[in-house]
Design a protein around this ligand. Structure first.
Ligand SMILES: Cc1cc2nc3c(=O)[nH]c(=O)nc-3n(C[C@H](O)[C@H](O)[C@H](O)COP(=O)(O)OP(=O)(O)OC[C@H]3O[C@@H](n4cnc5c(N)ncnc54)[C@H](O)[C@@H]3O)c2cc1C
Ligand code: SF4
Length: 354
């Protein structure tokens, strides 16, 4: 499909609306459709089991755009090979929820969860003009090697859309906001009644927003690396639960924080962690991994290195859930490479073949 040029708008975090990025709908999915695949969008898989003829029976619901689960309609499919690619939480949830139909699945299911060592922190009030709203998010990285006791990591710069800067600056400069809003309101009123035809709306809006001092001189840091994959996932009724504690990764996080502080010092700025980590030691992650970890045998993992589920011929998992530990850098490309590697093996599989 045609691709457009990047507008340098810094909106990558919320999805590129300009078609300047590669996503599955632009590459693998369009190609699959071209080759005749039946793509059933808005469809959520709920249950699956093996039939007596060895094929998989899959039950799903088809959601209506904007509808709720009561407006969803049921659907069904059969397949001789079933590939779960619902992500770390989705695939782990589906295997846990359908475990009753596959009693031989490894006890490793739900283990080796990791947040890929993510830490969101902030460089604040630098004396330099940083302007995180310009250009794509993440254009550079500092790599810090393993030090023997703790895993290595990357520190990357996180840009964000301009509208978030407005929110940040308005919140930071809240005490003077009513005055600025009143001034803007007065000017708007004068214009309305024709007393002030000499308008400079751009200047007035910029006065309303304020000097943008905090956002122009601050920057989120996105760190990620090799924490300890000590988390667990399990089902509580119908809900997936996930428990991971910083306890076994303290040295790792201490090194990440120390590096962030050095960057702040170099930029003559303050350093701060996000409040969830600072007050509650809770990690916010965009990179959850594990839950259906790969291993050399069923005692060690749920799948082999091609995503084949031990003990269930024809069933595969090909997403971030099969990584038995943190990747280190942003993991999407590694996950895609693993899935691509598994695809050839899966395409060659026929029922009855072990
Ligand atoms: C804001 C944000 C920014 C990120 N930026 C980067 C980055 O710059 N670089 C990078 O490497 N990584 C980035 N990541 C991480 C990256 O997106 C993930 O690591 C990657 O997409 C995981 O791939 P996956 O195939 O495991 O799962 P996903 O990409 O999550 O795919 C799982 C799919 O399964 C679907 N699904 C779930 N349950 C069901 C069900 N029951 N039935 C049917 N479908 C289902 C989901 O809707 C989803 O489409 C970012 C993540 C976030 C949230
Ligand atoms: S900066 Fe990001 S969101 Fe904006 S056009 Fe470029 S790739 Fe897309």
């Amino acid at each position: 499909m045609a691709r457009s040029t990047c507008r340098l708008c810094g909106e990558c975090d919320i999805g590129c609306n300009d078609g300047a990025k590669n996503t599955l709908d632009f590459n693998y999915l369009s190609e699959a459709k071209r080759l005749g695949a039946d793509l059933r969008h808005l469809s959520e898989v709920r249950r699956f089991r093996k039939q007596s003829d060895g094929k998989f029976n899959i039950e799903y619901v088809r959601h209506k755009p904007g509808g709720n689960s009561s407006s969803a309609t049921p659907g069904e499919a059969t397949a001789d090979r079933l590939i779960l690619a619902a992500g770390t939480f989705g695939s782990t949830y589906l295997l846990l929820a359908n475990r009753g139909s596959f009693p031989g699945i490894s006890r490793a299911l739900g283990t080796r969860y990791s947040g890929n060592g993510d830490l969101l922190s902030f460089i604040l009030r630098s004396d330099r003009d940083i302007n995180p709203n310009f250009g794509p998010v993440i254009t550079s990285a500092i790599r810090v090697e393993d030090d023997g006791a703790a895993g290595g990591f990357y520190v990357e710069e996180g840009g964000y859309p301009a509208f978030l800067s407005w929110l940040v600056d308005t919140a930071a400069d809240l005490p003077s906001f009513p005055l600025r809003a009143a001034r803007f309101g007065k000017n708007a009123f004068m214009r309305l009644i024709g007393r002030d035809p000499d308008t400079d709306l751009g200047h007035e809006i910029s006065e309303l927003i304020g000097p943008a001092a905090l956002s122009r001189h601050s920057l989120p840091l996105l760190s990620m690396g090799r924490d300890t994959p000590s988390g667990k996932m399990w089902l509580d009724g119908k809900s997936l639960q996930c428990d991971w504690s910083v306890d076994q990764s303290r040295e790792y996080y201490a090194r990440v924080q120390a590096t962030g502080k050095k960057i702040a010092e170099a930029l003559n700025a303050d350093y701060d962690d996000n409040p969830a980590f600072r007050y509650f030691e809770q990690v916010l992650t965009a990179h959850p991994l594990g839950g259906c970890p790969m291993g050399r045998n069923p005692g060690e993992g749920v799948v082999d290195s091609y995503g084949a589920v031990f003990g269930v011929p024809g069933l595969y998992v090909t997403d971030g859930s099969i990584l038995p530990g943190p990747v280190g850098p942003n993991p999407a490309l590694t996950i895609a490479a693993l899935a691509d590697r598994a695809a050839e093996r899966i395409a060659a599989y026929r029922p009855g073949q072990e």
